[in-house]
Design a protein around this ligand. Structure first.
Ligand code: OAD
Length: 230
């Protein structure tokens, strides 16, 4: 079976009703990154940080995977598929994708502030009353600005990129390092599909065959499926 790496960002979930970060009216227009998504913010005002992620977690129960998530899952009928996502939502899981790496963490997990390997599945709000098994406060399981990504995930994502025959990049501005490097690790003969309404403006340096599809994720994924003869 041929291998596909699907690399996604906030845009793949936009049609489900989840805001992207950098578009007009995106999350980073309505919140300051420094206030809610940095270790300094957590030190200064952890209630606000918790509230920000509690709202995002709560929103997940009112949104559904869209056709793009479903088509990505459907690829598994014909290909060995790995999804590497920058998203912290669970819409790829709910659409049925099996192999998913969350580079930037997951809303539906929290972890101990004492031992970062104490990670818990989480529904509902996180409060300071909630303690880990060692009795410490817990924080959202999110990679904040200024924090390192999980090395194992990064290593695995790069490896999967080098093995892919096709790479589908969907709904990301490709501005956040080091995640944005993942699709550049593909081998020379790997065709890259770039699906994003802004596809023609997104910086993407590659010598590979690059197919820019300037469409929303749902329509763009249908085109990719056609191009792959599915
Ligand atoms: P951005 O908000 O930077 O980019 C979203 C991309 O989605 C843009 O290129 C849009 O053109 C595109 N887009 C908008 N609507 C779309 C649709 N219906 N279909 C397809 N694409 C659409 O989001 P990311 O690139 O994911 O990190 O941002 C990367 C990281 O920055 C995030 O993971 C987050 C953020 O700060 C953390 O929180 C750690």
């Amino acid at each position: 079976m041929k291998k596909i790496l699907v690399f996604t960002g906030a845009g793949v979930s936009a049609e489900s009703g989840i805001k992207t970060f950098r578009d007009y009216d995106g999350l980073w227009e309505n919140y300051r990154i420094e206030d809610v998504a940095t270790p300094e913010a957590w030190k200064k005002n952890p209630e606000l940080v918790n509230q920000f992620y509690n709202e995002r977690r709560k929103q997940l129960s009112s949104v559904q995977p869209n056709k793009a998530h479903h088509l990505i899952a459907e690829l598994e009928k014909n290909f060995e598929v790995n999804v590497v996502t920058q998203n912290v939502d669970d819409l790829h899981e709910r659409a049925g994708s099996k192999n998913i790496i969350h580079l930037h963490g997951e809303l539906k997990k929290v972890r101990s502030t004492l031992a970062s390997n104490l990670i818990y599945d989480w529904e509902g709000d996180l409060t300071f009353e909630d303690k880990c098994a060692k009795g410490s406060k817990m924080r959202p399981h999110i990679v904040w600005f200024g924090e390192y990504l999980n090395e194992n995930y990064l290593f695995e994502a790069r490896k999967l990129a080098t093995q892919a025959d096709y790479c589908i990049v969907i709904g990301t501005s490709m501005l956040v390092y080091p995640a944005n490097e993942i699709p550049t690790f593909v081998k020379e003969d790997c065709t890259i599909f770039l699906v994003d309404p802004n596809a023609n403006e997104i910086p993407f340096k590659t010598r590979n065959k690059l197919v820019r599809i300037a469409e929303k994720a749902t329509d763009g994924m249908e085109k990719v499926m056609n191009m792959l003869n599915i």
